[in-house]
Design a protein. Structure first.
Length: 490
């Protein structure tokens, strides 16, 4: 990509809130129901119906905005955003325009240059639209002969989180979305499941000559259903705009659709401005006044945020930046690790050891089985006990993997499995010395090679002792005793 241009990115993230009912009616929000079975006259916008604001929606939105360090408005109102599209039964969306719920926030992201603060312009509430099911291969609107409308999603509560144009690369956008998703998961306001549409993102992208202050003409990218697609789409669009400018053309302000299969975007329509939507105050909903107590209550509901927890894990448990990141990628993972680490440390076992077993062995197995840490068949306390048995030499690391495999299938405590299978490690020096003496006597050639300077043959002899002990001898002790015997010509 040309170094003569700077990329400017702003993201609009739509987040479905995890409430049991919709924002203005009592219809359920369950994902995956049969089409048009979770609708009523209110969310379908039938004549004579009136919306009523869901209190839980408001509290979740305040909590999310506070977690993004936003200033909560003293009062806020709803507006009608008018546009005509088949998935919008009222021909308008109840949203917020000039008096949003919250403004002027920020979140920090980690970049190659260090920590960077990304501004949050606003957080506002709105209702979701319905869903169009396009009758074409791949479900793309551009190639569909017809589309079907499912209104189950109509009226599902959303918050829209709009960033400042502070992002300067696709990688920064990826880091921002990752940090934002973690915050939303920690606050428990949304499950952020992109496959189910709980988290959706539109990207506004422009380029400008490096050093220029004025922003370039932006294009909005839609139809991106994963963080990887968002990163790929941003990189493609930035290159496309730079190519247009270098060829003497002009970037058009438009909305473009991303085609992940082709790795390209194409024009959908000209980009709307605010006046195109003919915003006006929603006449059927009163102004909402937010008390200091309501805001304070939600402030108290905030947990330790992921970035703060990462830093604490590094300081308190001696984890690397990478390990701390893995152990805090979700609230469930952080809680699992910390519970295991506390039990391990109290038994004088390194938290780093526990971290390794969780992030490598357990996470690897869970990922292979399509499970989350919250569904782990091995409890956090059992992981701590397994590492204690290894660190104290009762079982070897290799035995530990066998015990772990059994734990994962049966859910039994590691101590029980060790006893049932007779896996206790032999750490008695006299017993190991007898085995070492027997192996030395039975292998005169390798012994002679070792004494002649070919010290690598020690590996063969250690292997013979381990074989004789059926893998139960302490390998470290075997190595030590074997070297002592050979060096002393025993």
């Amino acid at each position: 990509m040309s170094q003569d241009y700077e990329i400017v990115i702003g993201l609009e993230v739509h987040v479905e809130l995890s409430t049991a009912s919709k924002i203005f009616c009592g219809c359920p929000t369950t994902f995956g129901a049969e089409p048009n079975t979770q609708v009523c006259p209110v969310c379908l916008g039938l004549p004579g119906t009136l919306p009523v604001l869901n209190q839980q929606v408001l509290t979740f939105a305040i909590r999310a905005a506070l977690a993004c360090n936003c200033q909560i408005a003293q009062h806020t109102k709803f507006d009608r955003k008018n546009y005509f599209y088949p998935d919008l039964p009222k021909a308008y969306q109840i949203s917020q325009y000039d008096m949003p719920l919250a403004e002027h926030g920020s979140i920090s992201i980690d970049t190659t240059q260090g920590e960077k603060s990304i501004g949050i312009t606003r957080v506002h509430l709105e209702e979701d639209a319905g869903k169009l099911v396009h009758q074409s291969q791949g479900g793309q609107i551009g190639t569909a002969a017809s589309s079907l409308a499912d209104y189950n999603r109509t009226g599902v509560p959303l918050i829209e989180i709009v960033s400042e144009p502070d992002l300067r690369s696709a990688d920064e956008a990826y880091a921002y979305l990752t940090a934002l998703k973690e915050i939303l998961l920690y606050t428990k306001v949304s499950d952020c499941n992109m496959e189910e549409g709980s988290l959706r993102c539109d990207a506004n992208i422009s380029v400008r000559p490096r050093g220029q202050e004025a922003l370039g003409t932006k294009a909005e990218l839609k139809n991106m259903n994963s963080f990887k697609n968002i990163r790929d789409a941003i990189e493609y669009e930035a290159k496309r705009q730079i190519r247009v400018l270098e060829e003497g053309g002009k970037v058009e302000q438009e909305t473009r659709l991303w085609d992940a299969d082709k790795g390209t975007s194409h024009s959908m329509r000209s980009k709307e401005e605010a006046h195109d939507y003919r915003y006006f105050p929603e006449p059927d909903l009163p102004v909402v006044y937010l008390s200091e107590k309501m805001i304070a209550d939600q402030q108290q509901q905030l947990p330790e945020m992921p970035q703060a927890r990462r830093h604490r894990f590094q300081k308190e448990y001696g984890l690397s930046e990478y390990d701390a990141g893995v152990c805090t990628m979700s609230p469930a993972m952080a809680e699992y690790f910390e519970d295991a680490a506390k039990k391990a440390v109290s038994a004088k076992v390194s938290a780093k050891t526990v971290c390794n077993w969780i992030t490598v062995e357990l996470q690897g197995k869970l990922k292979a089985d399509g499970k989350e840490i919250s569904n782990s068949p091995i409890a956090s306390g059992q992981m701590a006990e397994l590492t204690r048995l290894i660190e104290r030499g009762k079982i070897s690391g290799k035995m530990g993997k066998d015990v772990f495999a059994d734990m994962y299938v049966t859910g039994k405590d590691p101590e029980v499995i060790v006893q049932e299978k007779g896996l206790s490690q032999i750490s008695n020096s006299d017993e190991i010395l007898k085995m070492v003496a027997a192996i030395i006597a039975a292998n005169p050639n390798p012994v002679a090679e070792y004494k002649s300077g070919k010290t690598q043959t020690i590996g063969f002899l250690v292997g013979q002792v381990m074989k004789a002990s059926q893998g139960q001898a302490n390998p470290k002790l075997v190595n030590q005793i074997l070297r002592d015997c050979l060096d002393k010509n025993i």
